[in-house]
Design a protein around this ligand. Sequence first.
Ligand SMILES: NC(=O)c1ccc[n+]([C@@H]2O[C@H](COP(=O)([O-])OP(=O)(O)OC[C@H]3O[C@@H](n4cnc5c(N)ncnc54)[C@H](O)[C@@H]3O)[C@@H](O)[C@H]2O)c1
Ligand SMILES: CC(C)CCC[C@@H](C)[C@H]1CC[C@H]2[C@@H]3[C@H](O)C=C4C[C@@H](O)CC[C@]4(C)[C@H]3CC[C@]12C
Length: 403
Amino acid sequence: MGQEEEQAEGGRCVTGRLAPSRQVSSGQLGHTGTGCSMADPAQTQELVYLVTGGCGFLGEHVVQMLLRREPRLRELRVFDLHLSPWLEKLDAGPVRVTAIQGDVTQAHEVEAAVAGAHVVIHMAGLVDVFGRASSETIHMVNVEGTRNVIEACVRWGTRFLVYTSSMEVVGPNTKGHPFYRGNEDTPYEAVHAHPYPCSKALAERLVLEANGREVRGGLPLVTCALRPTGIYGEGHQIMRDFYRQGLRLGSRLFRVVPASVEHGRVYVGNVAWMHVLAAQELERREGLMGGQVYFCYDSSPYKSYEDFNMEFLGPCGVRLVGTRPVVPSWLLVLLAALNALLQWLLRPLLLYAPLLNPYTLAMAKTTFTVSTTKAQQHFGYEPLFSWEESRRRTIRWVQATEG
Ligand SMILES: NC(=O)c1ccc[n+]([C@@H]2O[C@H](COP(=O)([O-])OP(=O)(O)OC[C@H]3O[C@@H](n4cnc5c(N)ncnc54)[C@H](O)[C@@H]3O)[C@@H](O)[C@H]2O)c1
Ligand SMILES: CC(C)CCC[C@@H](C)[C@H]1CC[C@H]2[C@@H]3[C@H](O)C=C4C[C@@H](O)CC[C@]4(C)[C@H]3CC[C@]12C
């Protein structure tokens, strides 16, 4: 399948129309006031999609995937706080791409962007487990922003909403309980102490509870939530940080977490594909998919966080030193606590937000692997990119980052 994607990339190059930094008003879009249904034959080739957070790591891949894999697309609205320069270079073919610089916490900005859209893929959010943003800000963006998106869908008759949730809605929990090859129904004590997983859990609940609400025009809203595990691939900032750190340390990284701790990771292209497919299938299978959650998975191997990163950093010349952790566990816990203390002390002066803190350490030390076929059974999801292809693409990107 990776080959197929390669061919698609080499296809014709027609520049799409781009309206940079444009706020869209309902009037401009000729909104009729009736519920936007994909079943309407007059609109079959005329779908308007909105991707919030469309300029982020995952958002960029979703935008590209929609352009390649949604033949009914007429207009693609990319809504983000910060618009990226790559939007200008998109190969959009006949699709109108509308870039909207906006903030999900501002209800009126969200409303203007949603008006007239048939499908919303909502992934704008603050992904912060390092203490860069306050818990209030994380809540405002991730929870209240999601509430604004739902209310805008209801108000304007948008019927289909796909929300990017996270595995962290489930865990790892603060007690470090392993989640081993779990699925959507596996019992697990979900305890959220950190603002980010708390916000994702609350937002996910809002989205699922909104399923079935009557939207303008009288039809029901159909929602589902996708829960990716840790995403990797082209554009993954943390991978880049580890690579740079490795280069600084003389092309070495030091093992700090036991190799026996397993993490399930998922390739960004497959996460994007699952979003596009879920959005497409929500209408045909609304009874089955509405109000459901799906883990995002593919065929990437289960490994410790560090060993998995080495799949990409190894071929780029970085080696992982130690078959066991080079630092005793108690010392790592102490360092993580020290980092948290320093962050708090320095906050009035500067932002100190290292990768290691008590929360990230707990995550790295806890096995969390997903094994499920729910998305395959409910809407025919199969990964588009094999593990070999995902690995090849990620290595090529890591190599290019320092090139
Ligand atoms: N990266 C992962 O491993 C991972 C795993 C599971 C779930 N997720 C979820 O996927 C989504 C995308 O994550 P990502 O890794 O691409 O993160 P990202 O930070 O690269 O992308 C998020 C985007 O949202 C935008 N944004 C932030 N605040 C906004 C606001 N107030 N208004 C409008 N836009 C705003 C940002 O500018 C950014 O472009 C998030 O909802 C995240 O919770 C990510
Ligand atoms: C011991 C340290 C030096 C290693 C630190 C690794 C740490 C930065 C990693 C470990 C696990 C990572 C998280 C995991 O992959 C899943 C997610 C879910 C997603 O919603 C957001 C990103 C996140 C939290 C990863 C962030 C980086 C983590 C904590």
